[in-house]
Design a binder for this molecule. Sequence first.
Ligand SMILES: [Zn+2]
Length: 70
Amino acid sequence: MQGLLVSLISEELLSILACPKCKGEVELDEKMGGLVCKNCALLYEIRDGIPIMLIEEAKPLTKEQKNADE
Ligand SMILES: [Zn+2]
């Protein structure tokens, strides 16, 4: 599945997406299959190639997940 997300979610799309909670940047995290806001420690899942940018749909990250890609 690696690479699939990247092809679906272009950098251009990423650059216009923002966290709905803090309006900050989100980062694509292929391992978790979604977009991560580090400020809020939330994961916005990508379903069928569409990022779900809703606070109520976001999943809270654990500390481990938050630090995983550092
Ligand atoms: Zn945020």
